[in-house]
Design a protein around this ligand. Structure first.
Ligand code: ATP
Length: 889
């Protein structure tokens, strides 16, 4: 098929005509070879992400950075001034330009690497499609769909391409993304629409990217990728950029502020200089030095990389991040609301108890009850049972499934929904019809008039109802999931759901065991240690929920049901969520109210979900977690994170990773800023003391861009400190400088500045022939500044002492230490490089002094940390530790 089919109006044709136009076969689908051919013609079925920014453009964009711009302007001005004075000094500006270009290049490569890592993750969470090819159904990547493919869809799916329906059963699609219509619209394969109708009116079409809210059906692909309705809109809107994380935004703002501050200081220095009648060129050089010293050039790139690496590590631990800001939010997570079935439990159910009006059921009575319930399922297959775990467990417990399967001729069916909590089938029998209903006991008992007692249908008395309810509670208290089954015989097929589900005869109760996941209890206690409150939200009944919560260690003194929750006002609910951690018989709409209450309390909340109806709550939560295995595509689309193993413990390990990432970003900021403060001080103090400048701009830039960046990157992937999960969560809007970080940075900056100035003075006074031409002093200051910062990078590894406590455990940091020290030595030792940086060779004694001064940050910080931790301990002993109390655990 070579002609583009985008113009054909499939909605105005019959289904057969559409199949013919698309040269396909409704019964067999396309052949594999034809699909391959069409893929060549139409391309992959995905939306183009705008135009990809080319490497060159990304490179140029690096120069748009505010801080880099200041540098470039400053060096251009210095060049102009030197020209005006008739001594065109090209070396300095060229060197600055060279280093800025090298930095931009490294930044571009790193950004591209981070982008590739994220892109790879996107394909991991890419949607799939259930397609008919060569007469066989297969699940393939949605990207491989081509026009003419026959695709099956059902409730919960996201439509993978534009489809003309071929079959439909109670099909409803949620198309608000496309049409703005928030109510799901009914769809039918039989409709033939007017040629002039709008997309919202095309009842026989499904559109790519919209969600199926109910029913099932099959359709033929009419358009893929950018040819779809969604693609056309995407083309109009252009690229949707990845949002910046809150931390990055804050850093960018801080960066701008530092830039402006530096400009201000430069202006003041310049003024003072002019009053003191200093050389204008010298003033400019000092200003540039200051700009170079103050601006943390490497910071934005490092943060991007640290985030991307974190996301990759999380993916390896089965948590796929869909929105980058979620990585940071995870670190501040304070409440995790989790489903029970499958997330906290194994979703491996077995029938362990059956009971009827006369008590426990065994033998034939038990089999009769289970057989009736098994007939009321959608389970397929023989050897390997396919279907919902609750239903397969019932089928697995019956004695003769093969015979039953043959009897299961459904005349009508009312499917199970979380809201109705029951399912009904009407089976055709020889004499008429047999209606069987199964579901939550409280959803079945009120619909029963009779009860099966000793093989006979007898009228259900209030006492019997009470006894059955008590039996149900008894089973639920044993942590069992309880289902009831009921039936009736009719001559005619009931016409409405109500008619089918009334006047039933109660058959019995089925108790299923679903053991907790072995790792869940440990994850729950880890949460509590980390100041995170685990909350269980389940569709199961209160007693079952409470029993399972108890086994897992989730606080279960108070259990609230969906019905109770409905009767509460928003303000009353606000009080409730502060103490209640188990919610039972909850439907998706209730989840939304719970989330809203937590948000009003300003608690950062993670929420799990799998169904179509969970999507709003997933979107409203700070961290929406969708189930990768059993979740619907709609839920995954709405989530910030997809758990590929549907496991509660995975959320907890993602939180640990989030905290590590946040901690590492703080380490990086701490390191880079304390180094920069040191550099500013060196320049400022020497200016105020009116000594020659100890560090030339090129030297500062070298230290800032080259020898600082590698350790900063290595710190970004530091292994977590053993105690990340023993601390309370960081407040969502806490500044990157909070918790005394600002003070520590200033103090350590002073230390580094003082060491460099000391080296400068020693060199100048004892080794330089002319103290006004302090070549040795400058070289020593340069070496001490750079090497002491490398040593200082080890102090960052922990807020506590590092000596003898795994100081060298970060291999990346060790390697960067060696490389950067070698570079530093090279710049001093090799004459050509030395000439560029204005440094001179040092004697052994001078190197010795440099080494001693450069090593000092380690013992100094170590001592400070030990003293601080001792005073903190004493304070705690006398005043008692004050912890942030968010809730009772
Ligand atoms: P969650 O996953 O949110 O922890 P859940 O999966 O246990 O909850 P639902 O699937 O909404 O909750 O089930 C609620 C109740 O409906 C169950 O306790 C059970 O009594 C009943 N039920 C569950 N599955 C079926 C089914 N296939 N047919 C009939 N009734 C069912």
């Amino acid at each position: 098929m070579s002609k583009p089919i985008a113009e054909a109006k499939f909605y105005a044709m019959t289904a057969e005509a559409a199949v013919k136009t698309l040269q396909s076969d409704a019964g067999r689908g396309l052949s594999g070879s034809e699909a391959k051919k069409r893929l060549g013609v139409y391309g992959e079925n995905r939306l183009q992400k705008g135009k990809k920014t080319s490497f060159a453009k990304k490179f140029m964009l690096q120069f748009g950075d505010f801080m880099v711009l200041i540098l470039l302007i400053a060096s251009a001005v210095s060049f102009a001034v030197s020209c005006m004075q008739g001594e065109a000094n090209l070396a300095d500006p060229l060197l600055i330009l060279g280093i800025v270009i090298a930095n931009a290049f490294v930044g571009t490569v790193q950004e591209a690497k981070a982008e590739r890592a994220l892109e790879a993750l996107r394909t991991l969470s890419a949607p799939h499609a259930d397609v008919l090819r060569d007469g066989k159904r297969a699940v393939i990547s949605a990207e491989a769909l081509v026009p003419g493919d026959v695709v099956y869809i059902r409730a919960g799916d996201v439509v993978p391409a534009d489809l003309r329906l071929l079959e439909s059963m109670h099909l409803q699609a949620e198309e608000s993304a496309l049409t703005g219509e928030s109510v799901p619209s009914g769809k039918s394969a039989n409709a033939v629409c007017d040629e002039m109708c709008s997309a919202a009116e095309r009842k026989n079409m499904l559109f790519s990217g919209t969600g199926i809210s109910a029913g099932q059906g099959a359709g033929i692909v009419t358009a893929t990728g950018m040819q779809t309705e969604m693609g056309r809109i995407a083309a109009m809107l252009g690229d949707e950029e990845t949002p910046d994380t809150p931390l990055k935004l804050r850093l960018r703002r801080t960066g701008k502020l530092i830039g402006l501050l530096v400009l201000g200081i430069c202006a003041v220095i310049f003024l003072i200089g002019l009053i003191q009648k200093a050389e204008p060129l010298e003033m400019f050089m000092i200003s540039i030095s200051l700009a170079v010293a103050a601006i943390p050039e490497g910071l934005p790139a490092v943060v991007t990389i640290v985030l991307a690496l974190g996301v990759r590590r999380m993916a390896a631990k089965r948590a796929i991040i869909r929105h980058l800001p979620a990585v940071e939010t995870l670190g501040s997570c304070e409440v995790i609301c989790s489903d029970k079935t499958g997330t906290l439990t194994q979703n491996k159910m077995t029938v362990v108890r059956c009971a009827g009006a006369a008590g426990e059921l065994n033998g034939q009575d038990r089999d009769a009850l289970l057989s009736a319930a098994a007939l009321c399922t959608s389970v397929e297959g023989g050897e390997k049972l396919l279907g919902d775990p609750t239903e397969t467990a019932i089928v697995a417990a019956v004695s003769d499934w093969e015979r039953l399967q043959k009897q299961r001729v459904k005349a009508a069916e009312v499917p199970f929904t979380a809201e109705r909590r029951r399912m009904t089938v009407v089976l055709r029998t020889e004499g008429g019809y047999r209606v069987i209903t199964k579901g939550a006991p409280e959803a079945i008992l009120p619909r029963c008039t009779y009860v099966l007692l000793n093989g006979k249908n007898v009228t259900l008395t209030p006492e019997m109802r009470a006894a059955l309810s008590a039996k149900n509670r008894d089973m639920a208290n044993d942590a069992l999931r309880v289902l009831a089954a009921a039936e009736k015989r009719t001559e005619a097929c009931p016409e409405t759901d109500d008619a089918a589900e009334s006047g039933l005869c109660f058959l019995g109760l089925i108790g299923l065991e679903d053991p907790p996941r072995p790792e869940a209890a440990e994850a729950v206690s880890e949460c509590k240690r980390a100041g995170i409150r685990p909350v269980m939200i389940t569709g199961d009944q209160p007693a079952t929920a409470s029993a399972i919560a108890g086994r897992l260690g989730i606080e279960n003194k108070a259990v609230m049901t969906g019905a109770e929750l409905e009767s509460l006002s928003d303000d009353a609910l606000l009080q409730t969520v502060q103490t209640c951690s188990v919610y039972a018989r909850v439907s998706p709409a209730h989840k939304m109210r719970i989330i809203k209450a937590f948000r009003r309390l300003k608690l950062v909340t993670a929420m799990t979900g799998d169904g179509v109806n969970d999507a709003p709550a997933l979107k409203a939560a700070d961290i929406g977690c969708a189930m990768g295995k059993n979740g619907t595509e709609v839920a995954k689309n709405a989530a910030d994170m997809v758990l590929t193993d549907d496991n509660f413990a995975t959320i907890v390990s993602a939180v640990r990773e989030g905290r590590t990432v946040y901690g590492n970003i703080r380490k990086t900021i701490h390191f880079l800023m304390s180094c920069n403060i040191g550099e500013i001080l060196v320049v400022l103090v020497s200016f105020l003391l009116r000594t020659p400048t100890p560090l030339l701009p090129a030297q500062l830039l070298w230290v800032n861009l080259v020898t600082d960046s590698l350790p900063a990157l290595a710190l970004g992937s530091d292994p977590p400190q053993g105690d990340v999960m023993r601390r309370p969560p960081t407040a969502r809007d806490s500044s990157a400088f909070s918790n005394g970080l600002g003070f520590a940075m200033a103090a350590e900056g002073m230390m580094i500045g003082a060491l460099a100035l000391l080296a400068f003075t020693v060199g100048r006074v004892f080794f330089d022939a002319d103290p006004m031409q302090p070549a040795v002093g400058r070289t020593m200051a340069f070496a001490v500044l750079s090497l002491s910062q490398l040593v200082h990078s080890y102090n960052m590894r922990s807020t506590g002492p590092v000596l003898g406590r795994g100081m060298f455990k970060n291999r990346g940091l060790n390697i960067s230490f060696l490389i950067c020290s070698a570079w530093m030595a090279g710049v001093v030792v090799f004459p050509q490089a030395a000439a560029l940086f204005g440094s001179v060779p040092l004697t052994l004694t001078q190197w010795g002094i440099v080494a001693i001064l450069a090593l000092l940050p380690l013992p100094i910080c170590e001592m400070q940390k030990r003293i601080l931790s001792r005073t903190a301990k004493v304070k705690n002993m006398t005043s008692g530790v004050k912890k942030r109390v968010i809730f009772n655990k």
